[in-house]
Design a protein around this ligand. Structure first.
Ligand code: PLP
Length: 629
């Protein structure tokens, strides 16, 4: 049984082996048995890359780029579309050098380019792209003179680099700098879209969108360019409806609107050649194949077909020749390629524990709690539930007032949990559950403490309740007999995952998990985390970047660790917040030396303390222990 829905959201990249481990499949070889994540974790451990670790799978990026390009090519050929397709990767979605370099490498055969939204992203793209005039470089974002100079110089070098006007103030700079440098710019305009889309990121369209030019501003751009004899430089229309558009109908609507802008720019006399439809191609995080915000109700082929078909039919209506279609798919290109792996450190269970009872010193409220077991039956289950809460709360109140001791309170809370566990068992046997008790068993779920920081590694889970597939990566041929929420190791009450993918409702507040075993690690994976998570993550509680490793599966079997980056050390993260590690060591040394002089510690103890301090500074920011399997 596919408890975690891996077949729905795994996109064929992940599966479960007969011995119950999650495996990564080589996308080029669907019949391969796959590479076990447990084997990879062992390989990481042997390389001193301890948990938590981010695993990147190169083959998946490679395959996503091929899929996107091949799908557009196939549809273009089938529909007889006269233009071509050029994809660009929006660097903001994952700016990590390894990812950007891999995308450039794997995308080369498709002349896959980049979209940038800032000067640092521009510099990253310029230094990564070859001088291949077929690759596009799309410059969005607010641009100053320096940004525009970089773009003009890229054109001179032979890159098809478009400056997309996002704000009218950019236009005089473009004109002035292009004259000063003697380089004709390639210009695009970004239109403010009216088509409203569903999902989380829908504020990119509509009147109040902060992006793009209104119809009247676009006309101003056209007139100014014409007056400067530069209208032929305007060749690209840019629009972006929002990220993660779950409903294909919204995409069709947006493309139609874009085509109207495009057609009228042609009739205004611009030398239009490119229609850039931005991002928005969604990832089916839940695997529901629906129009819910974390899913999508279309396939990649349907997306490509709808885009090409809408552009073609709309522009044919105006007798306009077919432009190059550009898309800026980020999420769909990289989401699948990264997995966050971590171990579980501890568990809190909401069950009675063994304690020594108060012996002679009883209490009436304890008797009341015990008496509940005498009338606990289906007809009175709600009453028992209420009584248990009432007596438990009374005990807490008396404790607060100093009228009853800690040991009695502990005994009462134990009895309370015992009643709730018995109620839970009883409810399982009942056909009709009282309304107030529906879902009450979720409140008794365990808390599994994971060795990761939600804020560093899964910021969208915290900030916008994004659902990512989460599951244990082994023991999957054992029934997961417990339910849990996952807490991270930050000291923050928001540092937990309590929304998991469910097939029968919007989300489940708990995840099925296995009981922990003595002396055996329990490893979990959070999947589809390759888009947006890495650079949006923050240093909450000073947990730094995790270890990262990239692997490549070989065709015909086998794999290799192609790259690795050790995560931040404590010294690194302290440096990020302006501490001077050398000064900290010196100050600590002086403090210890003073303690030696005052006779409070020996010189040997001083050195041991100094060694501990120095070793910690060089260590990982996460929980470290001997990694057993
Ligand atoms: N292009 C632009 C201008 C964007 O703002 C974004 C992100 O919102 C993207 C492309 C990437 O979108 P997605 O990740 O949905 O493909």
């Amino acid at each position: 049984k596919d408890t975690y829905g891996i077949k729905n959201w795994g996109n064929g990249y992940f599966d479960i082996s007969p011995d119950g481990e999650v495996v990564i499949k080589n996308p080029k070889d669907a019949s391969s048995s796959g590479l076990s994540l447990v084997e990879i974790i062992e390989g990481l451990r042997d390389r001193d890359l301890h948990m938590p670790a981010l695993l990147r799978i190169e083959n998946i990026i490679d395959h996503s780029i091929s899929n996107l390009n091949d799908s557009f090519r196939k549809i273009i050929e089938r529909l007889g579309y006269q233009g071509s397709y050029r994809g660009v990767f929006p660097i903001k979605v994952n700016q990590q050098a390894q990812i950007v370099e891999e995308i450039a490498q794997f995308g080369e055969r498709y002349s896959y380019g980049f979209e940038v939204g800032s000067k640092p992203e521009m510099i990253a793209a310029l230094s990564t792209l070859d001088n291949n005039s077929d690759q596009m470089l799309i410059c969005n974002g607010y641009k100053d003179q320096e940004f525009i100079d970089l773009a003009l110089q890229a054109v001179k070098l032979g890159t098809r680099c478009f400056v997309v006007i996002e704000a009218l103030s950019e236009l005089p700079i473009i004109i002035e700098r292009s004259k000063a440098l003697g380089i004709e710019p390639l210009i695009g305009v970004r239109a403010k879209m009216m088509t409203k889309v569903g999902g989380h990121w829908n504020s990119t369209s509509g009147d109040r969108s902060v992006f793009g030019l209104s119809a009247s501003q676009i006309i101003q751009v056209v007139d100014v360019l014409r007056d400067n004899d530069m209208l032929h430089c305007l060749q690209l229309l840019h629009c972006h409806l929002g990220s993660q558009i779950p409903n294909i109908r919204d995409i069709r609507g947006g493309v139609s609107e874009a085509c109207r802008y495009y057609a009228d720019l042609c009739s205004e006399g611009a030398s239009m050649n490119y229609i850039d439809l931005g991002g928005g191609l969604a990832v089916d995080y839940t695997g529901a194949h629906s129009q819910e915000s974390q899913s999508r109700n279309y396939s990649l082929d349907e997306y490509c077909e709808d885009v090409v078909e809408t552009v073609m039919s709309t522009l044919d209506g105006y007798g306009i020749s077919h432009p190059t279609i550009v898309t800026e798919s980020g999420r769909a290109t990289v989401a699948y390629s990264s997995i966050l792996l971590f171990n579980i450190l501890d568990v809190a269970r909401f069950e009675p524990v063994e304690i020594r009872t108060s012996g002679g010193e009883g209490h009436e409220l304890l008797d009341n709690l015990r008496s509940i077991f005498d009338y606990l039956k289906p007809a009175r289950v709600q009453e028992c539930f209420n009584d248990a809460h009432y007596y438990r709360d009374e005990v807490r109140e008396l404790f607060k007032r100093g009228q009853l001791g800690l040991r009695i309170r502990a005994e009462a809370e134990n009895l309370f949990l015992k009643v709730l566990q018995d109620i839970k068992s009883l409810l399982l046997k009942m056909d009709e559950i009282p309304k107030d008790l529906e879902g009450f068993d979720e409140s008794l779920a365990d808390i599994y403490y994971g060795n990761f920081s939600l804020f560093q590694s899964l910021p969208d889970s915290w900030a916008i309740d994004q659902l990512f597939p989460v599951m244990p990566v082994h023991r999957l041929n054992e029934v997961p007999g417990r339910r849990a929420v996952l807490a991270d190791i930050t000291c923050d009450c928001d540092g937990k995952i309590d929304r998991f993918i469910a097939t029968d409702r919007e989300y489940s507040p708990t995840l099925p998990v296995h009981s922990l075993k003595e002396s055996e690690e329990y490893y979990m994976g959070v999947f589809l985390v390759g888009a947006y998570q890495e650079t949006l993550g923050d240093l909450h509680n000073l947990f730094g970047d995790t270890n990262v490793a990239s692997i490549r599966l070989h065709d015909g079997g086998g794999y290799e660790f192609v790259k690795e980056i050790h995560g931040d050390t404590i010294e690194d993260v302290l440096g990020y917040v302006e501490y001077q590690p050398w000064e900290m060591k010196l100050r600590y040394r002086n403090k210890l030396e003073a303690a030696v002089n005052e006779g409070r510690i020996s010189a040997r103890e001083r050195q041991d303390m100094m060694n501990t301090f120095n070793a910690s500074m060089q260590g990982y920011t996460y929980y470290e222990k001997d990694h057993l399997l």
